[in-house]
Design a protein around this ligand. Sequence first.
Ligand code: PEP
Ligand code: MN
Length: 635
Amino acid sequence: MVIVLERSIREDHKRRIRDFLEARGFRVREIVGEEETIFGAVGHLGIDLREVEVLQGVARVIPISKPYKLASRELQKDDSVLRVGPVKIGGRRIAVIAGPCSVEGKDEILEAAHMVRKSGAVMLRGGAYKPRTSPYAFQGLGVEGLRYLKEAGEATGMPVISEIVSPELIDEMIEYVDVLQVGARNMQNFELLKAIGSRNVPVMLKRGLCATIEEWLMAAEYLLAHGAENVVLCERGIRTFETYTRNTLDISSIPVVKTLSHLPVMVDPSHATGIRAKVPPVALAAVAAGADGLIVEVHPTPEEALSDGPQSLHPEQFERLMRDIEALAPVVEKELLRLPERHERVPAFAGVEATAAATEAEMLVAFQGERGAFSEQALLRYFHSDTVVPAPQPDFRSVFNAVLEGRCRYGIVPLENSLAGSIHENFDLLLQYPDLSIVGEVKIRIIHSLIGTPESSIEDVARVYSHPQGLAQCARFLDEHPQWERVPFYDTAGSVAHVAKLGERSVAAIANAEAAAVYKMKVLRDGIETNPQNYTRFALVARSEDSHVDRPSKASIVFATPDTPGALLSCMAVLSNRNLNLKKLESRPILGKPWQYMFYLDIALPSDPTPFEQAMQELAETAQDLRLLGKYRAG
Ligand code: PEP
Ligand code: MN
């Protein structure tokens, strides 16, 4: 049964409910959801639900109608997410596991690991104990294979997964493997499931060759009932009368299981088809049907593979498949999960000195551009402190990556200019990095200066470099000097660095005056922007686990709407009914879905958090793909 707890339940009441249930032989699991906290209670004995309903702190009790309880969506409405190191499976991500069918040797698995990692795999597969149909076929390298697998995973920064075939092997396997795979042939090996469950190791449960969906979910229930908390399912094709393919991929099992269960569902297109050329189309179909990820066999030279060569992809085929998945992902409102690039230390782009402070990710704030850029000004303004270290990045995506990968604690990106409008790329990036949140906002006035070498004066100038925006925003001043050549450059502060390098009196740049100081250059004329009402608003982003802000005054959210008359209006009504003030509304095309749009909203937050929380709950039903981008203090 599901016991929904009152929002303000006292700890001692919670304890009493748990004791009450445990005394009657129930296993109790607490699940903290976005909307409510529940106890899932599973036991052998019947109980009158009213006995539980009357306990203090219980809001309501819901019986679970399905034979599988802990695996059921009735128990947990939100998707569960399996976490292993940097990898998350479930939710809005598509995670791809790849590697050879079996570990064949140290060099082979290392080569395979590098290849699949380069193409975007997030976990490495490789069997060491192989359940082969024939006792004469290659049976795997055993513990030696596990050792090589672990080494290859460590060398490439990927967790590893391998199949377990017997309960006796658990101790050995968990020394080397991050996720245990229960193969199709062992799906109903209940002693194995119980043993794995009781060790609470992350596990991927493949569907049995002839198992119904219910039998498969009951097998997952065994794992969960014995204590496993990290379980993913894997559809790998079932036996049918068809012989052309090795198995028949039950594609409809994906949406079916996703309705019945909160567990993530992976798909193995390799064992499903058994034919290399059929793997990519089936893999894409699985993603389109809602799979949370794929496990794909890839071999450096499939022709020489010791097992399952005919179904293993060549590395180039895998690379192509990953690109196709990336293009398809937004269509199903997901992102292809990528592992962070591996950097030994903070990159020294544009000469950030690797001072003692600069190696402290805590202090680093990523911004796009060269030293002296407006973004750097904005971050220094935000932090009012010289304890932060600005970390220049070549482009906006690198700012997001630097934060995601933990190289920088914060990143700052411009969202909107009062004259030029939104910086769309950053709106799109906010959506593409669901693990980052907006935690702050700052607005700065954009004042442009003409900057030359220390010896030059305005009369010497013949050529002016700047970002096209900088040139456009100073058009009136430049028009007074029609003989000057205007040269577009990728970045305003970068144009100052460039002019400093050229060292000629006849060249100048347009940027902010602080950039002149950074590069020891001279301001030839200050305040040359045509319109003094020129402001840019920046967002500060951090990793979501680091995103708590006290007393936020603004929230940014994003959603799509159903394609029906009045759909946006009904979403807006959710806000206006609660007297929530809309500060901004912007629409952006959805990548991969031509002529469909996401709506980005900024909302002023009153001091009482309740109206906004309620609005979000209601919006989750009214809108589609609702996401909170962040709650922060308005700048
Ligand atoms: C495997 O993944 O190598 C394997 C043997 O798969 P299955 O259990 O799905 O046949
Ligand atoms: Mn195989």
